[in-house]
Design a binder for this molecule. Structure first.
Ligand code: FAD
Length: 495
């Protein structure tokens, strides 16, 4: 095969760089020569520890063993995210990874449940989702036959090392050092090579920019441009700190809103990742630091680290012969743990559209169009958390409540408010049940619904609802605690 794009250069060795290296070497290895450049002096962003269920698909497709991975990265299981104080102070809801009830082709389960509510039949919507109830009870188990939907909390630095140990034996060549120049071909404007601080010149046919927020290739050299989304997602700062665990690990991420943003709590096997997300227009750095230190539990293992960011995305993910991956491609709030998923999906998209016979505009266009739809729908889902709120206790929340949101989101919110209609179109990540859990959880309660629940008489409806709820209650009761399961299934290899 006359393979015109053979030499792949991955610039950067954080989560993005090593995911790209692992996937390309495992799936297309014999067809490619892969080099990865990373700088120990610059290091990685060091956050990004909560994932979503597609992470399992990624591992499955590249052949990573779950237990081995969990032991090496001190990982725990994640069944969803607990959102606290978002709709109103004192509120709590779980956005879980599970299915709610049993959907019907005519309409989703929540329509049936709403018919029950009108007649005083059935429990809360939460009662019909196994993953949600298991999370709330801090229980978990899985085996080969289990259909429970879950993801992981993992140690980001260990994960990059784990992927490196997977990719290097598959032929990926790692070069340590700083990229000091990106050399362009005078005629085509394509990147021809990267110059390193030790004088090495690394040539390539296709370059994957995984240099983090710096975007050394995609922006520094190619001036691709950035779509700024701060009018909707206006937090711009995060303070991250690690603490020693003080109790059993819970199987969900906590996202707790405060008056100028929110904070996360991500439980690993031996430590907890904590962070405070805020907008510096509404909260000073010193105050944010004080607030974070006051709220964390357990001995501090690292000093709080300040990370500044700008929400938005590169105008093109693929520009000339460069593809931006991870933070180099843009940044959405970490609220729904979508960044690592986007890295994985983008690399799979590249594999599916791989330009073996040369880079052509039509391929690049298709790739970019798919990336745009995918990330814009995720953007809308994240904005929803800020927009659908009744909080009026601070200027930050006043701005969130009152802001104009993208038309695509306005339409969704309106369709749900009026008719309880939610949907997942092609290229969209979030399922109907995700939209329903978050919209309801944020206090967006529909006025009407599909009448399919009324096709059953009250006895039939009660039996149908009680049957599902009873099954879930029994299943959750039989599960071990999450911590007990982790201890026997995948205890961390080192502290
Ligand atoms: P980095 O980790 O910054 O890696 C950049 C690499 O490029 C490094 O190896 C660096 O050495 C190298 N490099 C840079 N410049 C040069 C140069 N000139 N020469 C040589 N090498 C260079 N994602 C999730 O999915 N879940 C989460 O819970 C989550 N939480 C987050 C919380 C915060 C506050 C932030 C900011 C992000 C979060 N993310 C999360 C996103 C996640 O951290 C990133 O998507 C992921 O870590 C990938 O980062 P990266 O590899 O693109 O960049």
């Amino acid at each position: 095969m006359d393979n015109k794009v053979r030499r792949i250069v991955i610039a950067g060795g954080g989560t993005a760089g090593w995911i790209a290296a692992a996937a390309l070497s495992r799936l297309l290895g014999p067809l490619l020569d892969i080099t990865l450049i990373e700088s120990d002096d610059i290091g990685t962003v060091g956050v990004g520890e909560a994932t979503i269920p597609t992470h399992r698909t990624f591992h499955h497709l590249i052949g990573i063993d779950e237990r081995k991975f969990m032991k090496a990265t001190q990982a725990t299981f994640k069944l969803g995210i607990s959102f606290e104080n978002w709709g109103q102070i004192g509120d709590r809801y779980i956005h879980s990874f599970g299915q709610i009830g049993r959907p019907n082709w005519m309409g989703d389960f929540h329509h049936i449940w709403m018919a029950g509510q009108e007649q005083g039949i059935g429990g809360s919507l939460d009662d019909y989702c196994l993953e949600l109830k298991a999370a709330d009870a801090e229980k978990f188990a899985t085996d080969e036959k289990s259909r429970i939907s879950y993801a992981y909390h993992l140690d980001a630095s260990r994960y990059a090392r784990f992927l490196r140990s997977f990719a290097e034996p598959l032929g990926v060549v790692r070069k340590e050092g700083k990229i000091i120049a990106v050399n362009l071909d005078g005629e085509s404007g394509f990147i021809s090579s990267l110059t390193m601080d030790n004088g090495d010149v690394v040539e390539g046919d296709l370059f994957i920019d995984c240099t983090g927020f710096r975007g050394v290739l995609i922006e520094g050299a190619l001036r691709t441009g950035y779509d700024d989304w701060t009018e909707w997602l206006f937090t711009d700062s995060a303070l991250a700190v690690q603490t020693r665990s003080t109790g059993p690990a819970i199987p969900y991420t906590r996202s707790i809103a405060h008056d100028a943003g929110w904070r996360w709590r991500i439980p690993l096997q031996q430590r907890v990742g904590n962070g405070l997300v805020y907008s510096k227009e509404f909260l000073g750095d010193d105050e944010a630091r004080g607030r974070l230190l006051e709220l964390i539990e357990g001995e501090m293992l690292t000093e709080p680290r300040l990370i500044r960011y700008q929400t938005g995305r590169r105008k093109m993910t693929w520009n000339r012969n460069c593809i931006a991956l991870g933070l180099a491609s843009g940044f959405l709030e970490p609220l729904e743990s979508t960044s690592i998923h986007l890295i994985q999906n983008t690399i799979f998209r590249l594999i599916k559209l791989f330009p073996f016979s040369g880079i052509e505009d039509a391929i690049v266009q298709r790739f970019n169009d798919q990336c745009t739809v995918e990330v814009e729908r995720i953007r809308d889902f994240i904005i929803l958390h800020y927009k659908a709120t009744k909080r009026n206790d601070s200027p930050f929340w006043d701005r969130c409540r009152e802001m104009a949101v993208p038309d695509t989101l306005t339409h969704r919110m309106e369709m749900f408010r009026r008719h309880a209609l939610a949907w997942q179109d092609g290229q969209e990540l979030f399922r109907v049940d995700s939209w329903v859990q978050v919209m309801m959880g944020q206090g967006l309660i529909p006025e009407g619904h599909h009448a399919l629940g009324k096709l059953m008489n009250p006895d039939q409806l009660r039996r149908a609802l009680d049957g599902i709820r009873g099954n879930i209650t029994r299943t959750v009761a039989a599960l071990p605690s999450h911590q007990a399961f982790v201890d026997q299934y995948c205890p961390a290899m080192e502290s």
